[in-house]
Design a protein around this ligand. Sequence first.
Ligand SMILES: [Zn+2]
Length: 552
Amino acid sequence: MFDLIVKGGAVIDGSGTPAQIADVGIRGDAIDAIGSLGTDARRVIDARGRAVAPGFIDPHTHFDVQLLWDGQARPALEHGVTTVVPGNCSLSLAPLKVEHRERLIGMFQNIEELPPAAFTEAFEWTWERFAGYREALERRLSINVAPLVGHSVIRLWVMGDASQQRAATASEIAAMQDLLRECLDAGAVGLSTSFVDVDANMRPVPSRFAYRGELDALAKVLGERGRMLQVVPEFYATDLTIARIDQLAELSLAHGIPTTFSPLFDSRATPDNVPRTMARVEEQFARGARVWPQVQTRPIDISFSSEHPSLFFGRLPSWFRVMRLPRSERLAALEDAATRDKLVAEAGADGGRAALGFLRVRDGERAPAELVGRSLAEIADARGEDVARALINLSLENDLGVPFIAANMGHDAADRVGPLLAHPLVHVGASDGGAHIRSFSTYGDTSHLLGHFVRETHHLGLEQAVKKITADTAEIWGLAKRGRIQKGCAADVVVFDPQTIDRGVERAVFDMPGAGMRYVRDAIGVDTVVVNGAVAYERHDYTAAATGRVVG
Ligand SMILES: [Zn+2]
């Protein structure tokens, strides 16, 4: 007798071969048989007319804190994601000394747009070392977690304040190597580092003070186990990205490790970025190096209001600075004539029409209903103001709470992004799940891949797309027995309807600690998600199953 039979679905096993109608028999936490299995089971799930695939693996997330209060990375799980990789971009919750917590929270706030309440109101911070973090994580997991350890926190632990001041000495590097080894022993699946990010005081994060020898020494430790190095390169500049690809390739070859960099975006502004980057990736793979570019499936949309700082203003430094002021100072600045003139001037000689006119008012708490859906350019014309002034005045008139959306800012041309996602050396990922929660929804990228790029535009076949987010990911990351529907593999299974799978519309919810807001997208067309043999999600409901684990 089986514990569970998923019956009569089109089984897509992750290998890329055509789907076959079959039953999948599960015993305990593993897949035990595939074929015609009858109904002798504690539970039978009818999957006729549905696809049955390995659970999806999301290799680039920042669910570090959320996992500690929901254990589900909600709503990633309902989209069919059964394994997530947190700890990306040089930041992880361990190892970290108590006295450095504030500093790490500031980095997460600034880089990943996670509010401080997410760190202070929803879980008890009981650990310093990686093993302690793992223990806290494992208390209640419904989803599998393959955690990275962050270079910035390793450096901070060993060097303290000096981690953001200078290069490391030989003995400090040796101490970092020991600490990394300890984290890998405790379950970390690799190391993440960043070449671009800044902390809450706009200082480069600790990992950026490392010279090449330090990263080489850490990659050497990764090489002892063949573990992953994840990197955020200078993605806004193609030449710098290519130089990083070369650096990663040398580390990969010298130490026998896989490396991955993210993000890689397509953009109309720099149309040669993807072709040049991919040409270098192909050259390095041909040499035997493994440098996997991570590409996200969704277009870049950024929502914001004047209530919080936003990455939208990254290219407008005065706006960026004003939006980072404490609320009362921000209000005063937006009302101050000289500051307003400066902001308007910075937005362009056209009063901000090109830089800001395409913004639209979106639905939200303090959005004037009659303006929702209208562009800022239209609104400014109706008001007889220039665009930048209209943005400021609308914000002031509505207590800073008018939400705007900058839609399709890049990575939105299907005829360019589709073939890129289908490229055999492109690693589908970079969802940033759980981060940037007030800027865009980081949930549903796999649903978008299967709905849009498979069903609607046909850039990928269904089996090919499933392979990319299951078996390929498991293989790239060395996650044993994950990502396949195969006897002996972990019973992580998703049952979905290829005719309807999709991501829902982006909507605001207030379910963060302290009733904080975030944007989410619901899953459409996903029936059942099984994690290590237990049904974790079924027809729009999460179950009480807590069978997730730390995997590697
Ligand atoms: Zn990230």
